[in-house]
Write a protein of this length. Structure first.
Length: 208
C-alpha cells in the first residue's frame, strides 16, 4: 500500500514540474521581442539615414555650384571681361572717360545716323557729323576717319547726317553750314558744337 502511494506521489510531482516549465516557457516567449517586430524599425532607420544623406549631398552640390558661379562672375568683372549687375561691360580695367560702364560691344565707330536713335550716348560720346557730298572739307574729314577707323576710341560714335535733307535736325541744333559736328546726349539734346576743326579725326576726338 505504501509503495503504491509513493509511486502516485512521484507521478504527481513530475506533472507539477512539467506544468511549471511549460507555463514559464510560454510566459517568456510571449514577452520576448520578435525578430519580425524589429525588422521594420531597422529598415526605416536605414531608409531615413539614406534619404537624409541624399538630401545633404544634393544641397552641398547645389551650394558648390552657386559658389563657383559667383566666383567666375567676380573674376570676369575684375579682369574686364565680365558684365556688372546692370549688364554693362568694363573695357580693359577702366571705365570710360565719364566714369560710366560701357555697354557690351561698345566699340568706337563711324556710321550713318539713324533718326531718333541716341542710345549710344547713354554711356559714350555721340557726335553728329553734318556732312554733304559736295563739301570738300566734309569729304576730307570723312576720308581721314575711314583711314583711321581703328583709332576711334572705345565709347566714341561719329554719325553722319545728310546736311541737305536733315532740315529739322539742323534747326534743332542751330546748324547753318556743312562740316559741322555736334555732340549730343541720350535725349538728342546738344551738349556742344565742336569748333576749330580741320580735317582730321584727332581734332574731333580731342574735343570730347
Amino acid at each position: 500500500m505504501k509503495h503504491h502511494q509513493s509511486g502516485f506521489g512521484s507521478v504527481a510531482l513530475i506533472a507539477i514540474l512539467a506544468i511549471v516549465l511549460i507555463g514559464g516557457t510560454t510566459v517568456y516567449l510571449s514577452q520576448a521581442p520578435q525578430e519580425s517586430d524589429k525588422t521594420p524599425e531597422v529598415s526605416q532607420e536605414i531608409m531615413n539615414e539614406s534619404d537624409n544623406g541624399s538630401r545633404e549631398t544634393g544641397t552641398e552640390e547645389a551650394d558648390d555650384s552657386m559658389v563657383a558661379a559667383d566666383m567666375n562672375a567676380a573674376a570676369e568683372v575684375e579682369s574686364g571681361s565680365g558684365a556688372d549687375l546692370d549688364g554693362y561691360l568694363l573695357i580693359g580695367n577702366e571705365t570710360d572717360i565719364d566714369g560710366a560702364y560701357l555697354p557690351r560691344n561698345y566699340d568706337g565707330e563711324f556710321i550713318n545716323h539713324t533718326p531718333g536713335d541716341y542710345s549710344y550716348a547713354e554711356a559714350g560720346h555721340l557726335v553728329l557729323f553734318f556732312h554733304a557730298d559736295w563739301c570738300p572739307s566734309c569729304r576730307a574729314l570723312e576720308n581721314d576717319i575711314n583711314a583711321n577707323l581703328s583709332q576711334i576710341p572705345d565709347g566714341v560714335s561719329i554719325q553722319k547726317v545728310d546736311y541737305d535733307s536733315a532740315t529739322e535736325l539742323k534747326k534743332q541744333h542751330g546748324v547753318v553750314r556743312q562740316h559741322t559736328l555736334v555732340q549730343v546726349d541720350a535725349d538728342g539734346a546738344k551738349i556742344k558744337t565742336l569748333t576749330g576743326l580741320n580735317n582730321t579725326l584727332d581734332q574731333v576726338v580731342s574735343q570730347l
